[in-house]
Design a protein around this ligand. Structure first.
Ligand code: 13P
Ligand code: SF4
Length: 334
């Protein structure tokens, strides 16, 4: 959806009412990631991490899935629910991790290491998924790697930081593709140390997409859902959050008396850590995509079928993880 179309919108339009009306009219479900803007999270039927959202996309009985997240997430919804119409407010919402793993280069890398199983982080293109044995998310990666035979050789792609974290934690050598998330790489260890000195009692929660020098300072490392759970349940009244700051919206809703400080970048504040791809989705574009029924996600069927296999494998292997109803992840408001 382009800026010109958004600019033409009647400024007096009540977007919340209109989005709810269109959603009902089209029997659509709105799925949103924690990194979306607060107003989008508030209007979504479900807000969650990548694993939660994959499960919801696979199980929905809606006719249309409106995915408020980045393109690879909407592609996962299409791969798992091919008969549904999947739309995304802005098709340009990519991901630096996806960009850091070009399919042709990865194909050659895989061919050069034929005795390795391929584990790919869900933050990758459908083409990379199609070359993968098992997809993982930050919620289930540790559990899935631990379940593999000790002598199984593994390629881990595309995130070198998540892969490195798993390698160190599980004492397991893996061949790491050297991709990274531009957002999580911006946190500054020097500024984090200064911030910790100012808030000595504040625990640090970090996403494993952060480089090791940030993760080393963390009291809790995990997916967005687990960071949220940790922040809500921690007895501390101030916490430092080293991931995209969109998640702080749910923390402030669930624990309004606590203070959540975004971990700093090199300039000492954390505004640089807003994901520029996630930020492309807006309420205006959400309204327009529901109204227009697009931009729509369409995938080549051969790629979709090949990518579905490692995603289904992931879902099978993660049945024990987070199956309890996620009270803070469900925000149905009708
Ligand atoms: P999770 O929400 O699965 O932790 O992943 C975060 C992320 O990288 C989204 O791009
Ligand atoms: Fe990709 Fe990083 Fe943005 Fe997540 S935060 S969508 S990994 S660029």
């Amino acid at each position: 959806m382009n800026m010109a179309a958004s600019a033409k919108l009647d400024p007096t339009l009540d977007l919340v009412t209109e989005i709810k009306r269109l959603k009902q009219e089209k029997n659509a479900v709105i799925l949103a990631h924690y990194y979306q803007a607060g107003d989008i999270q508030d209007i979504a039927d479900f807000v969650g991490d990548s694993l939660d959202l994959s499960r919801r996309a696979a199980e929905t009985d809606a006719d249309m899935i409106v995915f408020c997240g980045v393109r690879f997430m909407a592609e996962v919804a299409k791969i798992l629910s091919p008969d549904k119409k999947v739309i995304l407010p802005d098709l340009a919402a990519g991901c630096s991790l996806e960009d850091s793993c070009p399919p042709d280069e990865f194909r050659a890398f895989k061919a050069a290491n034929p005795d390795h199983m391929v584990l790919s982080y869900i933050n990758c293109s459908a083409d990379i998924k199609a070359m993968t044995d098992i997809i993982v998310t930050s919620s289930n990666a540790e559990h899935i790697v631990e379940g593999l035979a000790k002598d199984q050789k593994i390629i881990f792609a595309p995130d070198r930081h998540l892969g490195g974290y798993l390698s160190r934690k599980l004492g397991r050598d893996m061949l790491l593709w050297q991709g990274a998330c531009i957002v999580h790489e911006l946190f500054s260890e020097k500024e984090l140390i200064k911030l910790k000195a100012r808030h000595p009692d504040a625990p640090v929660a970090a996403h494993p997409e952060c480089p090791d020098q940030i993760v080393q300072h963390a009291d809790h490392v995990g997916s967005t859902s687990s960071i949220l759970e940790f922040a809500i349940n921690s007895p501390a009244d101030t916490l430092i959050i080293a991931t995209e700051p969109g998640i702080i919206h749910q923390m402030e809703k669930a624990a309004p008396n606590k203070t959540f400080i975004g971990a700093p970048g090199a300039d000492g504040n954390c505004s640089c850590n807003t994901c520029p791809y996630m930020a492309l989705n807006t309420m205006q574009k959400l309204y327009l995509c529901l109204q227009n029924g697009g931009p729509e996600i369409n995938l080549d069927e051969g790629t979709r079928v090949a990518a579905e296999k490692p995603l289904r494998r992931m879902l099978e292997l993660s049945t024990a993880i987070n199956q309890k109803p996620q009270t803070f992840a469900t925000t149905v408001k009708e």
